[in-house]
Write a protein that binds this ligand. Structure first.
Ligand code: F6R
Length: 259
């Protein structure tokens, strides 16, 4: 696992966007895995800037989102469909037919989950998966106790996640209790993983994920099993890492990417 500690949120976001852009420059028809939440907002902003100012092209890109709340329609302001259109898709040129986001309103969840997995495979698998991390160590909505080989399925959200996400809803009771989410196994199948984390409230989860044991109690720790996983944090989210000087030494010694 590569750990990149950046000074602040803006630098973290720019570094993550540069990695996405590098993938698109080498493979213009790449399949991207998308995440929602507050953390990747800066990354999406930077990708939009690269598209508008530096011709970063998404016209051959296919995307798969990690998750969606069960029960929210695509137009609900807190749905991940809405989030993605608002913060990313309406600003770039990903063809509408190439955008895949789990349905929060299907009448048959098991069949939908199976179809989603099949669709990812038909598109050749995910080249780069963007991830955030929950304060309980989750990736996507793989809450503590999720199997590390799990696939796309329905999941009950933990109390911690409901509390964390209540900030986006008017009342805590409005936060959906269920989500449809890619599994940890689905995520590990992506060829490259980029996890972004910012702020002191993520420090414990990052330390557990990067330096703790691989355990289903912290599903982000499964990144340790992946051959190409990059964790990018700001200083605050890196605060509990015992090897932080070492990660910084490695990153500083790394040759700059060719322009
Ligand atoms: C969202 C997702 C979640 C978030 C995580 C952190 O698609 O997969 O795992 O990445 O809950 O959310 P923020 O960034 O809002 O702290």
């Amino acid at each position: 696992m590569e750990v990149i500690i950046q000074q602040d949120y803006e630098q973290m976001s720019r570094t993550a966007a540069r990695i996405v852009a590098e993938v698109l420059n080498t493979k213009p028809n790449a399949v991207l895995g998308m995440a929602t939440g507050s953390t990747p907002l800066g990354l999406y902003q930077e990708l939009v800037r690269l598209h508008q100012k530096e011709q970063l092209d998404f016209s051959r890109v296919t995307t798969f989102n990690l998750d969606e709340y069960v029960g929210l329609t695509v137009n609900h302001p807190q749905s991940y469909h809405y989030f993605m259109h608002e913060h990313f898709f309406r600003h770039v040129n990903v063809p509408a037919q190439n955008i895949n986001i789990p349905s929060g309103t299907t009448s048959n969840y098991p069949a939908f989950c199976e179809w989603y997995e099949k669709r990812i495979a038909e598109c050749g698998g995910i080249d780069l998966q963007i991830l955030g991390i929950g304060s309980d160590g989750h990736i996507a909505f793989n809450e503590p106790g999720s199997s590390l080989t799990s696939r796309t399925r329905l999941k009950t959200l933990s109390k911690q996640t409901i509390d964390d996400n209540a900030r986006f809803f008017e009342h805590r009771e409005d936060v959906p209790v269920y989500a449809i989410t890619m599994g940890v196994g689905t995520i590990l199948d992506a060829r490259k993983l980029v996890l972004v984390a910012s702020g002191g409230h993520k420090a414990k989860a990052i330390a557990q994920a990067v330096e703790g044991p691989v355990t289903s109690m912290v599903t982000a720790s499964a990144l340790q099993l992946h051959r190409d996983a990059i964790v990018i944090t700001d200083e605050e989210a890196a605060a509990d890492l015992t090897m932080r000087d070492y990660y910084q030494f490695i990153y500083a010694a790394k040759p700059a990417a060719p322009k």
